[in-house]
Every structure is written in structure tokens, then in C-alpha cells.
Write a protein that binds this ligand. Structure first.
Ligand code: SUG
Length: 448
């Protein structure tokens, strides 16, 4: 049976702004308080989706969340009408209003961890929504994420959904940003690689000194258990704490994999040789030939990797079997990175072509091409069971582009978040969106 890796990209929500909310994420911190352009952000994301669709990849779209999250503000003690809740929060606790307005759900690589049916004990595709509990503004995403994923992958015969792990730092889970699957063909059993930043219970694992390690080993192990993965199909690897302290807040900022290939930075992991050996042995048992491309620090420093987001790229297999790398414009702007990429494609080893996309609006918050997509490997039957409303087509692209032009502002500053009109604009837009994407009622304002 034919199988596909479908990229579901997060549609940027109408409140996209630079809140400076993510300690440990260099771009988020350094662009704090700048004026954002939600319309441009959403259009940049849509253009990437359209381009991949035009290249022949199956592309999906994942809806943004309701923001400002008035229900979350009510949970924190603000009361009265929705407008009063926003007004009180603006007067008494602006950081909480900013957090409740974040459009961070656009980075859907953090929405969930997904295991394809070929890997799981019950032969269904498993999803575990990520609790994202390292940052308050992200920890409020998972209830709606679960509803949206449920509306996209509704058929219980093919899809199994797990609620987010316990909401404590010991089970800090950031979803697919720390998860990579290696396989020969998407429809065949593969090896799922879980990168973690620290262990919550075992003090033998070192931890970063400066910035938080968002993903714990225990969270990754729980996800593997929930999904019914075999020990032979799982490898755990620790991120190098030093690179977390250099701004690698998710593993997808320093490594990306696809098919049988891992593309990674020399400093990405601890015990790299042992980890690569295990990946090779486990994929080998499945008939695969694990290959890795290591980028030496002498050619690209960790700092350049963090600044350019070289590894936050999408590594895609084209119809002829060759691989393509989708990188952000910032890679072309960095002389050393661009030089490395030119050498890589010229050598013809594994990665043949690089395509560049302007995703500046998202990049300024630390979200590159890979952050913006959730990969779901599906066979033909499963793909047919996905809600067709969320699969990108030329008409859907046109409709969504018009929808963005109709509803989005082209400038947003912190002071605008207190405007009660913004809430109305967002709800109107999202209500229309659920009809466009045929999601049914998924947002708190539609349910309560
Ligand atoms: O969680 N930025 C996100 C970026 C997530 C990137 N995702 C992956 N690497 N997969 C984060 O740090 C910044 C929001 C702000 O500051 O307004 C933010 O949440």
C-alpha cells in the first residue's frame, strides 16, 4: 500500500505578536516588544504550504487557537464580561494578558508526538498532545490541540488520541520537536528517536546550567509506552546540555531526520557514537540502512546554527527518492551556513537541493520551517480517513488567503492586545475558519 509523510502546518493565528515569552529561546527574547505583522506571518506560512503542495507533497493545515484565551484568564481570577476580563488583566497583570494572547500554537511541531500505525502495538496512528508545561503561554494549548486533532483524525478505527502527560515539569513534553522517526518507507515499521534534555528522576544525567531543558526522559518514555512502541523500535538520546545553554531549546534546532537519514550538528548530543550505533543497529534489524550527515563545528558553529536555523529545516523525500531541504531565508543570509549548504548539495551526497523560504515573522519568535509543521506518516487508507477539509488544495489555499486578508491586522503591538475589539475579530475569524476547514466546534467560545 502507498504511504505518505503528510506535513500539517500550523496556520498562524490573528494575535501573532512578540511577547518575549520564551526564556531560553534567543529569538523570542531578542525580538520582545517589536511590532508584529500577523497578516504577513499567516501569508508566509500559507505560501510555504502551497509551495510544498505544488511540489507534489501531501500538505495539511492545522488551525490556530482562540486567543486571547479568556477562559485561561478566568482561571487566574479575572472576572466579569469577556471585555472586563481583558481590561482587568491589562491593568493588573499585563504579562498574563500577553501570554494569553500568544499565537504560539502555530509551532505545531510542539502540538503532539505522533507514531505511525506501522510502529504501534494496535496498528493505529497514535497522537499524544504535548503538555508544553515549561512555559505558561504554551501550557494552555493542549486542550484545544486535542480537540482540533480529534476533529482532523476522527476515525477511532485508525486514530488513537492520548491526553497530555501530567502537567508537571518532571513530565515536560514538547511533542515532535524532540522526536524523529527513521524508516525505509513511511508505511513500514521504523525506529522512533526521542531526544531529551534531562532526566527528572535519575541524577546521573547532566542538565543544562542556564536555560531550561524542556523535554524529560520520563516524558519521552511515557509517550513510547502510551503509543505501544516496541523496545526494538525506540532509541533515546540526550541533547548536549551545553547546546541547550546556547539556545537550542528544542532538538529540532540542532538536528533533523527523515527516511534513513539524520542531519545533525557535531555538538547536538551526548554519547553521539553510541546513539548512532543504536540507531544503525535497530534500523538495520528492520532492513534499513541508517545514514547520518554530521555538520562539523569547524564549518558551522552552534551559534550560527541557532541564528540561521539551519537544522530547523524540513528534510523531504521527493518522488525520485532524492532529498530536499527546506530552509529559512536566514540560512542564505549567513555566509558560513550558505557556503556549507552549497558544498553539501554540490557533493550530491543524500541532500540534493535546498529551497529557501521567507518565514521572518515566525523566525523572529524562534519558529522556523520545521517548527511550523507536524509530520504524520499515513498509509492510503488512513489518509482517506483524515478529515478532507484540512488537506491543502489550490482552492483551499485561495480561500485561506482571502480569509487572512479579510480578518488579520498588519500590525500588532503589546498595547493592542488590551483592545476588546481584537477578541471579537479573532472569534469571528475562527468561527469562519472552522467552517472552511470543516472542523465543527473546537474552540471554547463555540463550546461553552
Ligand atoms: O516554544 N516561541 C516558541 C517557538 C517554538 C519553536 N518550535 C520548535 N522548535 N519546534 C517556543 O519557544 C515565543 C513567543 C513569544 O515570545 O511571543 C515562543 O513561544
Amino acid at each position: 500500500m502507498k504511504s505518505y509523510e503528510v506535513n500539517f502546518d500550523g496556520l498562524v493565528g490573528p494575535t501573532h505578536n512578540y511577547g518575549g515569552l520564551s526564556y531560553g529561546n534567543v529569538a523570542s527574547q531578542s525580538n520582545s516588544q517589536q511590532s508584529s505583522n500577523p497578516k504577513e506571518a499567516a501569508l508566509q506560512g500559507l505560501q510555504k504550504m502551497k509551495a510544498l503542495m505544488d511540489m507534489g507533497f501531501v500538505q495539511g493545515v492545522l488551525a490556530p487557537q482562540e486567543r486571547p484565551d479568556v477562559a485561561a484568564l478566568r482561571n487566574l481570577g479575572f472576572s466579569g464580561s469577556d471585555a472586563q476580563v481583558i481590561q482587568q488583566a491589562a491593568q493588573q497583570a499585563m504579562p498574563l494578558l500577553v501570554a494569553s494572547c500568544s499565537a504560539s500554537s502555530m509551532w505545531v511541531a510542539n502540538a503532539a508526538t505522533v507514531s505511525p500505525s506501522a510502529d504501534t502495538a494496535d496498528g493505529r496512528v497514535h497522537f499524544t498532545a504535548a503538555n508544553l508545561n515549561c512555559k505558561y503561554h504554551r501550557s494552555i494549548e493542549h486542550p484545544t490541540t486535542s480537540r482540533v486533532l480529534g476533529a482532523m483524525f476522527a476515525d477511532p478505527q485508525h486514530f488513537a488520541h492520548h491526553a497530555a502527560l501530567p502537567a508537571v515539569a518532571q513530565f515536560g513534553d514538547e511533542g515532535a520537536a524532540n522526536h524523529t522517526r527513521f524508516c525505509r518507507e513511511y508505511g513500514e515499521a521504523g525506529v522512533e528517536f526521542f531526544a531529551f534534555g534531562r532526566s527528572a528522576f535519575d541524577t546521573r544525567y547532566p542538565a543544562p546550567q542556564k536555560y531550561p531543558a524542556r523535554q524529560t526522559l520520563e516524558a519521552s518514555q511515557a509517550v513510547a509506552r502510551l503509543h505501544g512502541l516496541k523496545d526494538d523500535g525506540v532509541v533515546y538520546g540526550q541533547q548536549n546540555p551545553a547546546v541547550i545553554d546556547a539556545g537550542v531549546f528544542h532538538n529540532d534546532v540542532i538536528a533533523v531526520g527523515n527516511g534513513e537519514v539524520l542531519f545533525y550538528h557535531e555538538d547536538a548530543f551526548l554519547n553521539t557514537e553510541q546513539m548512532l550505533g543504536e540507531l544503525q543497529a535497530k534500523l538495520g534489524k528492520l532492513g534499513g540502512n541508517f545514514q547520518s550527515v554530521c555538520v562539523p563545528r569547524a564549518l558551522v558553529s552552534v551559534e550560527d546554527a541557532v541564528r540561521s536555523y539551519l537544522f530547523n529545516s524540513q528534510l523531504l523525500t521527493r518522488a525520485d527518492g532524492s532529498m530536499l531541504l527546506i530552509v529559512p531565508e536566514e540560512c542564505r543570509a549567513n555566509e558560513r551556513v550558505w557556503h556549507y549548504l552549497q558544498g553539501l548539495t554540490a557533493s550530491g551526497v543524500l541532500i540534493r537541493e535546498v529551497k529557501v523560504f521567507d518565514l521572518k515573522q515566525s523566525m523572529q519568535n524562534g519558529g522556523g520551517p520545521a517548527c511550523l509543521r507536524l509530520r504524520v506518516a499515513l498509509n492510503e487508507t488512513e489518509l482517506a480517513a483524515v478529515n478532507p477539509g484540512v488537506i491543502m488544495t489550490a482552492p483551499l489555499y485561495d480561500t485561506l488567503t482571502q480569509w487572512v486578508h479579510k480578518h488579520y491586522r498588519d500590525s500588532l503591538r503589546e498595547s493592542d492586545l488590551a483592545d476588546p475589539q481584537l477578541l471579537l475579530e479573532c472569534r469571528t475569524a475562527l468561527d469562519e475558519l472552522t467552517q472552511i476547514l470543516k472542523l465543527g466546534a473546537v474552540y471554547p467560545f463555540q463550546i461553552n
